[in-house]
Design a protein around this ligand. Structure first.
Ligand code: SAM
Ligand code: DTB
Ligand code: SF4
Length: 320
């Protein structure tokens, strides 16, 4: 008999999953995956930075924070035509979702206007739409919903306890409030975090428990492996050396899959650095979505040709 998933997850419960022997954990994750999803299928989302750099926040991982010197060149909001051209190219390459990112603390109402036109145009192409624009004020999620936004990405990033080591310019409650606004407007939630920032295993369990206990849990869960960018505080701390064993990343993916069985779990930033073997383990652990395209927001991603090659080598079918 299949054990029923607990209604809510304790940090200790998730930590116990993370501590399982690797094969036991992977088997459990793969069984959960097959009970809820088509096996060997991967959903492809393409990212575009529509407004780059100059962000007032202090996220210790982020190359777009104005206060760090990372070499990112600031760019104003892209023109509508450029965004639509990028979305058309993403669709032609096989992506089914297009996600627009802006380096804002949150949009002003006047910033939102041109983004609504982008959402409408992308939706009209038959792509799913996603945006990540920072914190939302009352009414903004409703406006995005009216324009046709399917998903809003806003990450919790890490556990409540470790959060203050990474970001001080807004707190965990602010993030939860934006997620409530997104949910309240009927926009689907894309929410995940970052692994490899010097957090403990307990902190990874804390992040997963927070995500899994959102009611309902997010439809999309991006799990990012920290991309260390020179000039950010986390690069200064780790100097390009990975902060954790990559198997811990795989374990975190598996825990996300087990605790949020119906969610799309996205193997997100850091795929180039993780390499093909670890990516293959992540797919076995229940990841069924990736960011697809040569660039994330400001950093690199595996190119489309090498991803297509990887799909063939692993027998993965892109979700059409
Ligand atoms: N400014 C908005 C915000 O913070 O909500 C939207 C864009 S922000 C770049 C989106 C997410 O990208 C962050 O929450 C973080 O999880 C992820 N991210 C940013 N820099 C990263 C890095 N160097 N490595 C891994 N993930 C990163
Ligand atoms: C998410 O969780 N990861 C994406 C997306 N949501 C917006 C962003 C990753 C950014 C990696 C660093 C960069 O390229 O600037
Ligand atoms: Fe700004 Fe978002 Fe980067 Fe934080 S993660 S510095 S809010 S762009």
């Amino acid at each position: 008999m299949r054990a029923k998933a607990p209604a809510s997850w304790s940090v200790a419960g998730v930590e116990a999953l993370l501590a399982l022997p690797m094969s036991d954990l992977l088997l459990k994750a793969q069984q959960t995956h097959r009970a809820h999803h088509r096996p060997n299928t991967v959903q492809l989302s393409t990212l575009l930075s529509i407004k780059t750099g100059g962000c007032p926040e202090d996220c210790a991982y982020c190359p777009q924070a104005a206060r760090y010197h990372t070499g990112v060149i600031n760019e104003d909001l892209l023109p509508l035509a450029d965004v639509l051209a990028a979305a058309a190219a993403a669709k032609a390459a096989g992506a089914t979702r297009f996600c627009m990112g802006a380096a804002w603390r949150g949009p002003r109402d006047r910033d939102l206007e041109p983004v609504l036109a982008m959402v409408e145009g992308i939706k009209a192409m038959g792509l799913e739409t996603c945006a990540t624009l920072g914190m939302l004020k009352p009414g903004q999620a409703e406006r995005l919903k009216c324009a046709g936004l399917d998903y809003y990405n806003h990450n919790l990033d890490t556990s409540p306890e470790f959060y203050g080591d990474i970001i001080t310019t807004r707190d965990y409650r602010d993030r939860l409030e934006t997620l409530e606004r997104v949910r309240g407007a009927g926009v689907r939630v894309c929410c995940g975090g970052i692994v490899g920032m010097g957090e403990s295993r307990t902190a990874r369990a804390g992040l997963i428990a927070q995500l899994a206990n959102l009611d309902p849990y997010p439809e999309s869960v991006p799990i990012n492996s920290l991309v260390q960018v020179e000039g950010t505080p986390l690069f200064e701390q780790f100097r390009g050396k990975a902060a954790i064993d990559p198997f811990e990343f795989v374990r975190t993916i598996a825990a996300a899959r087990i605790t949020m069985p119906k969610a799309m779990v996205r193997l997100s930033a850091g795929r180039r650095e993780l390499g093909d073997g670890i990516q293959a383990l992540c797919f076995f652990a229940g990841a069924n979505s990736i960011f697809y395209g040569d660039k994330l927001l400001t950093t690199g991603n595996p190119d489309v040709d090498s991803d297509r090659d990887l799909f063939v080598r692993l027998g993965l079918n892109p979700d059409a």
